[in-house]
Design a protein around this ligand. Structure first.
Ligand code: ARG
Length: 563
């Protein structure tokens, strides 16, 4: 039973307001003494020409307690509903138990396609921490939408095109080592690329060579194409290793190069619509009246650029997927670029550009300056993850040296800790990395939430078979009711997370559930409770583990068997 909806139904029968509107207005009060749901009467006051507190008081008198609502009170213009606790607990827990990991799924997205573009690293270049942030954020958003019934497409807009590939090919032809390329492709490609920049200082003719090779690549020369393809394939193999760590897959790896033959059409369209103007030999779309710098379309030598490819990609996506939404999960530093792209599309008369949004991710800052993985200004994702696993292993050794599969546990906990840190705050905030906080087993951390689930499962294991018959009315303490409310709140959290494109809403919800469970666990016996109460508490424990695991998996965190 959807209690909120039941409450909304009751309200809409008494007032002149659509059910949907009532649903929208209903709030979850911040404190238990203000009820479980609250309906503000301020909007009604306008149409009814009556003070909100009078309306609330009037309405409160019209409710008779039943199996859904136990009590209604009016306070300061609000109608506060106190649910029938026993019914509520029974309804929520039986739903969690029967639905399992499908708890919270919905039909709201049926027939609607949401594209989530995320990760999008550049081939032959290291996958840096910013890409990891985009990867985890985008993947979480995609999983949340999928849970809500949307058809989703996970798009990886790989950076695999541009004049720098002329340099990359030239560099590899001069100094590349086959064996090293097979073994550590990205390192080797980076090594020769850096060497190219050193050598070009001494021998500027290398620039011309690189330009020529790029031209050959563009013209489809088999040798150049072969090298480029290898660089691309090997890089993607590397990226996939990292994706695997977080159970992330993609539906498409169509990168920038995919749009090379699709840009002519877009450029022509811009020209036909009179949007293309010349500026210092280059072709641009002027965006001055929107308060933005111009969008560069063709360089003075006629070469297309990043923005041109994004315009072509947008058009391709619209035609291919007829999307309900197209989300771009990219670092905030590219906010202006996407604003320009969306504006140009709108100028072209494509109203569907309103369904595209930029989901900007924030910067990672390191509290510990002494980071082993730092090289120059770039922080490699792999280094951070390896360091997390290593440090976690030390902690696990110290805490529980007899643990089986230590390395495996350390990996899951270490990765989880990093993912949690990245997704614990809203996207406007910088992400602060400090190993001490990341790997803390207390408070707001990945290991804390994982550990709660591991502990709950160990209770269930000890208990053996789950009692089938259960009398939920045994659960009468405040701690239990609070916990069930938080489990139910997972559904609203999913919707909020999707609407705001903010995975942290899920992180926050599972953390609150974990805290509430630990509070319950520390103040009430489970195994030593009398049989009926024990059965009900085991069901509660099972529900908690199930919702926590569903939520954690959404944000890229696995729960180890032990820890
Ligand atoms: N490859 C780019 C980078 O690493 C991100 C691509 C973002 N997506 C796009 N459609 N432009 O910075």
């Amino acid at each position: 039973m959807d209690f909120k909806k039941e409450v909304a139904n009751k309200i809409s029968q008494l007032v002149d307001m659509e059910l949907e509107k009532v649903m929208e207005l209903i709030e979850i009060p911040p404190q238990a003494n203000m009820g479980d749901y609250a309906f503000p009467c301020f909007q009604l006051a306008k149409t009814m020409r009556k003070a909100p507190n009078m309306i609330a008081a009037d309405l409160a008198g019209k409710f008779t307690p039943d199996h859904v609502v136990g009590r209604v009170e009016s306070a300061g213009g609000y109608l506060n509903f106190f649910v029938n606790k026993a019914e509520f607990i029974k309804s929520v827990l039986s739903e969690v138990i029967t639905k399992g990991k499908d708890f919270g799924t919905s039909e709201e997205g049926k027939g609607k396609t949401v594209l989530v573009e995320f990760s999008s690293p550049n081939i032959a270049k290291p996958f840096h921490i910013g890409h990891l942030v985009n990867t985890l954020t985008g993947s979480a958003i995609e999983k949340i939408y999928r849970h809500l019934g949307y058809e989703t497409q996970r798009l990886n807009h790989i950076g695999d095109y541009g004049t720098n590939f002329g340099k990359q090919i030239a560099a590899f032809k001069h100094w590349g080592n086959e064996e090293a390329l097979e073994k550590e492709p990205i390192n080797e490609l980076l090594r020769v690329y850096i060497k190219f920049h050193e050598e070009v200082e001494k021998d500027p003719s290398l620039e011309d060579e690189a330009r020529l090779l790029f031209k050959k690549l563009e013209d489809g020369d088999p040798e150049m194409m072969g090298l480029w393809q290898r660089f691309r394939d090997l890089s993607i193999v590397e990226f996939k290793k990292l994706y695997q760590e977080f159970n992330i897959e993609f539906d498409s790896y169509n990168g920038e190069s995919f749009y090379t033959d699709k840009m002519g059409e877009v450029v022509q369209m811009l020209r036909d619509k009179g949007l293309l103007v010349e500026s210092n030999g280059a072709q641009i779309v002027d965006l001055e009246k929107f308060g933005m710098p111009p969008c560069l379309i063709l360089k003075s030598d006629g070469a297309t650029i990043y923005a041109t490819r994004d315009l072509a990609a947008a058009l391709y996506r619209y035609r291919t997927y007829n999307f309900h939404k197209c989300l771009y999960v990219v670092g905030n530093t590219q906010a202006l670029h996407f604003k320009q792209i969306f504006t140009v599309l709108k100028q072209m008369g494509f109203d569907w550009s309103d369904d595209m949004s930029f989901v900007g991710t924030s910067l990672v800052k390191f509290a510990d300056r002494k980071l082993a993985t730092r090289s120059g200004d770039i922080i490699y994702a792999k280094g951070v993850l390896d360091e997390a696993a290593e440090k976690t292993l030390e902690i696990v050794e110290a805490k529980n040296s007899n643990l089986a599969n230590k390395a495996d546990v350390a990996k899951k906990v270490g990765m989880g800790a990093v993912a949690y840190t990245i997704l614990k705050n809203n996207k406007d905030k910088d992400i602060i990395f400090s190993w001490e906080d990341i790997l803390s087993f207390e408070g707001d951390s990945g290991p804390y939430v994982q550990y709660t689930c591991v502990r709950g499962r160990s209770v269930l294991r000890k208990a053996g078979e789950m009692p089938a018959a259960v009398d939920y009315s045994k659960l009468i303490t405040d701690e239990e009711f609070t916990l069930v409310k938080l489990l139910d709140g997972f559904k609203a959290a999913l919707k909020e997370a999707a609407n705001r494109c903010e995975p942290f809403v899920i992180t926050r919800q599972v953390t609150e559930i974990a805290k509430a469970y630990n509070k319950f666990y520390n103040s009430h016996p489970i195994m030593n409770a009398e049989a009926d109460l024990k059965a009900a508490r085991l069901h509660l424990t099972k529900s908690v583990c199930s919702v926590i695991e569903t939520g954690l998996n959404m944000i890229g965190i696995e729960v180890p068997e032990n820890m």
